[in-house]
Design a protein around this ligand. Structure first.
Ligand code: TYM
Length: 331
């Protein structure tokens, strides 16, 4: 039976990176077939960091263009921007009133991000971020939430909040499940292969961007940090760099890791990195071209997003009404 799918991505950089794609967006594309999928550019979440208005606007549109270029079809899925559907804020507040301060305080992403900028510069919105994320998911009664490994704790919190609400106020929310792959759920920085590939914390040379030129991406792969030894073998503990490149190659080429190990047996790291560069570059080339083409017609992109928001609102407003009613608010 068709399942309800919901996921979101922040428009916080000029380009999505390969970690976003392999950890989440590739599954977004697959799950839109035969399911009822809602995909959201979470611009309100992006306000929890530094705000540059001109840049934010540009990045929201670039996010939409990339999602479509990567294969999200506005006909098959509901593609929309979070701020266009005010129900996110409405249910977000309810979630803040359901969540305990202690449990919010245990969120590791908040701890990491606030530690990085210094506790004084962290915003209240960064602290309440996971409750807004819970609202994003619960509004659509989602069964599955395709995300990377770093979102596991936020999904757990969402499940806890939904269960608590249902128990206390009556069945209102579907309890969602994370849809997290075994392989690809964590893609690592090419320069520091023990850290995740990340737009905020990764090194510029370690992050493969969807909208970067093919030459730039090829160069980054060829200068990726490799490990001691010469064998192309998957071993995350002792060979994190090579293992990461094997994961990337396998996810994009569809070849099994064991097949790749055989294919490159006896060859050096240089040959292997050249092959990975070619797979990545050829995979991304048409996607980049399509995204840049879509960005030339801003009005068309905005129109697609408005149509998506109208569809999203129909579902979201029902959930808000139901939760308000169950809370005893007078409708
Ligand atoms: P965000 O915008 O940081 O990342 C978008 C998606 O990309 C995944 N991801 C990765 N996967 C594998 N390897 C990596 N190196 C890597 N880096 C990022 C993330 O896990 C995510 O799935 N809080 C969310 C956005 C959000 C959301 C939601 C997600 C807001 N509301 C509702 C799902 C449902 C975030 O910051 O993702």
């Amino acid at each position: 039976m068709a399942k309800r799918i919901l996921s979101g991505i922040q428009p916080t950089s000029d380009s999505f990176h390969l970690g976003n794609y392999l950890g989440a967006l590739k599954q977004w594309v697959e799950l839109q077939e035969g399911n009822d999928a809602f995909y959201c550019i979470v611009d309100l979440h992006a306000l929890t960091g530094e705000i540059d208005p001109a840049l934010l606007r540009k990045r929201i549109l670039a996010s939409a263009a990339q999602l479509i270029a990567l294969g999200i079809s506005p006909e098959k899925s509901t593609l929309f921007v979070q701020s266009h559907v005010s129900e996110h804020n409405q249910l977000g507040w309810i979630m803040e009133c359901i969540a305990g301060f202690g449990e919010a305080n245990r969120m590791t992403q908040f701890k990491d991000k606030s530690a990085k900028g210094g506790a004084d510069s962290a915003r209240v919105g960064l602290f309440t971020y996971p409750m807004l994320q819970a609202a994003d998911i619960l509004l659509y009664q989602a069964h599955y939430v395709p995300v990377g490994e770093d979102q596991r704790q936020h999904i757990e919190l969402t499940r806890d909040l939904a269960t608590r609400f249902n128990t206390r106020f009556g069945d209102t929310f579907q309890i969602p499940e994370g849809y997290i792959l075994k392989s690809g759920a964590k893609i690592y920085d090419l320069q520091e292969p023990r850290n995740k590939m990340s737009k905020s914390s990764g090194s510029a040379a370690g992050v493969l961007e969807i909208l970067d030129t093919p030459e730039a991406n090829a160069k980054k792969i060829k200068s990726a940090t490799t490990d001691a030894g010469r064998e192309v073998r998957f071993d995350e503990k002792d060979k994190p760099g090579i293992s990461n490149l094997l994961t990337i190659h396998s996810a994009l080429s569809g070849k099994k890791i064991s097949e790749l190990e055989n294919e490159f047996a006896g060859q050096g790291y240089g040959d292997f990195k050249g092959a990975v560069a070619e797979v990545v570059v050829e995979y991304l080339r048409p996607i980049r071209a399509r995204a840049l083409e879509l960005l030339e017609d801003e009005r068309n992109l905005v129109q697609i997003l408005h149509i998506g928001a109208d569809k999203a609102r129909t579902v979201a407003s029902k959930t808000v009404a139901e939760s308000y009613k169950n809370l005893g608010l007078v409708l």
